[in-house]
Design a protein around this ligand. Structure first.
Ligand code: NIG
Ligand code: FE
Length: 415
């Protein structure tokens, strides 16, 4: 067993504990520990408390002394990304800003299919390198757990290639990568058959391989006019559910319908929600399905934000994720995006931070992270400031100076 480590003192420590999973959170509900330390042992947090008391109680612990003002907070969790891809869609971006719509560009040969073509041209090893590079960048910006979807392969062998690349990257990345199969992203242009036949083939052939090779425990589907209808996707999700996969849905991005399917199938999350209205908000809030807003897609496409304020006020669970992908959300910076949806949707700092920590952990079904408490993974960030309000105030321009992942210092900007 490795020697225990004591890190501190933190001017303020935000453990993000004792907060409700659902509904609005006032900033006054945040517990803020002053002059505290984190005692780490075997990748986990052994104890949190006043730094001086912990130092006296554990005289043999190795001390990592923080100088000046520092705020400690759980490592961020990005519950929705597509960081496994080949190529670039800078041309789509330019065309959109010059007046073409996302759907017009897709019909003209750009869009998701363009990235499928470019991803198919990449070798598995090239995809691994791309994921590792992006995951490292996310880690340096404070994200210690990253969900990564397939969905740019769209054939049996190409989806397997993507998911193997994600699995391999996870073994080599300091950040944890959680894979999700998005074979139901769009109907691939080269599939000879109907959407129903494509989904059936994927369910019959791909799902057993996912289990056998331990490639993914989560199945995602894009429910949209330009992708799959509620009717087309239902048998696919039914099969996924029967085989024990956890379900998540790209829902209500341009047209409604997806969130209803998500709730009907007991999905762990419904993501996007830019066009969700009263009915969709009510359905989500009354269910156990987590509502995940993707402000990166709002900023990438120049459309509206998901109705995050109304979701919280209705009693829903709001998670904020980056949707980092080459098409609709090329920026990727979760902290910038979380702070901006907070500004436009009038979210308390507590709600924004909850959406990228413990609530995001729940969206991935992970109960071992997202909070700083005994027994949780020692994933935490240090921001070089004396007050936690400064973190969101700087709108992403103040990044973490240090990042600990499973008790190891994996990024240190002080060096
Ligand atoms: O989450 N909406 C569908 N899928 C992705 C976009 C992927 C792309 O444009 O390449 C999204 O925004
Ligand atoms: Fe997405």
């Amino acid at each position: 067993m490795k020697k225990a480590k004591l890190i501190g003192p933190f001017t303020q420590l935000l453990p993000m504990t004792g907060l409700s999973l659902k509904g609005a959170i006032a900033d006054s509900e945040l517990s803020v520990l002053e002059d505290s330390g984190i005692l780490v042992e075997d990748r986990k947090i052994r104890s949190i408390g006043k730094f001086d008391i912990l130092r006296n109680l554990h005289p043999k612990a190795e001390i990592f002394l923080l100088k000046g003002h520092n705020v400690g907070i759980p490592g961020f969790i990005d519950a929705h990304t597509h960081i496994c891809f080949g190529g670039s869609r800078a041309n789509d971006y330019a065309m959109r800003n010059a007046g073409k719509s996302y759907l017009e560009i897709a019909k003209a040969g750009g869009g998701i299919w363009d990235t499928v073509t470019q991803t198919r041209q990449a070798t598995q090893e090239e995809l691994v390198d791309g994921i590792l590079e992006r995951a490292r960048w996310h880690l340096e910006n404070g994200t210690t757990t990253i969900e990564v979807k397939s969905g740019y392969g769209l054939s049996l062998s190409e989806e397997i290639k993507m998911l193997r690349a994600i699995k391999e990257a996870n073994l080599r990345s300091a950040a944890d990568l959680v894979s999700t199969c998005l074979a139901a992203h769009i109907l691939p242009k080269d599939f000879r058959g109907t959407a129903e036949a494509y989904l059936k083939a994927m369910g019959d052939q791909l799902f057993p391989i996912l289990t056998k090779e331990n490639l993914a425990h989560r199945i995602d589907a894009f429910i949209e006019e330009s992708a799959f209808s509620s009717e087309q996707i239902s048998p696919y999700l039914q099969k996924a559910k029967a085989m024990g996969f956890s379900i998540t849905v790209h829902a209500d991005q341009f047209t409604t319908g997806g969130s209803e399917v998500a709730v009907q199938f007991g999905a762990i999350s419904a993501d996007h929600l830019e066009v969700s209205g009263e009915e969709e908000i009510r359905l989500l809030a009354q269910s156990d399905t987590i509502a995940t807003a993707l402000p990166g897609a709002t900023l990438g496409l120049g459309c509206s934000f998901a109705p995050a304020r109304r979701i919280l006020d209705a009693g829903g669970v709001l998670v904020i994720a980056s949707d980092h992908n080459p098409g609709s959300a090329p920026m990727g910076n979760l902290l910038v995006q979380a702070t901006l949806i907070g500004v436009f949707e009038k979210l308390s700092n507590a709600e924004v931070l909850a959406g990228i920590t413990f609530r995001a952990a729940a969206a991935l079904g992970l109960s071992d992270r997202g909070q700083l408490a005994e027994g949780f993974l020692a994933d935490f960030l240090v921001f070089p400031t004396g007050h936690y309000n400064e973190i969101l105030y700087h709108q992403g321009s103040l990044g973490p100076s240090r990042v600990w992942k499973k008790g190891e210092l994996v990024c240190d900007k002080n060096k």
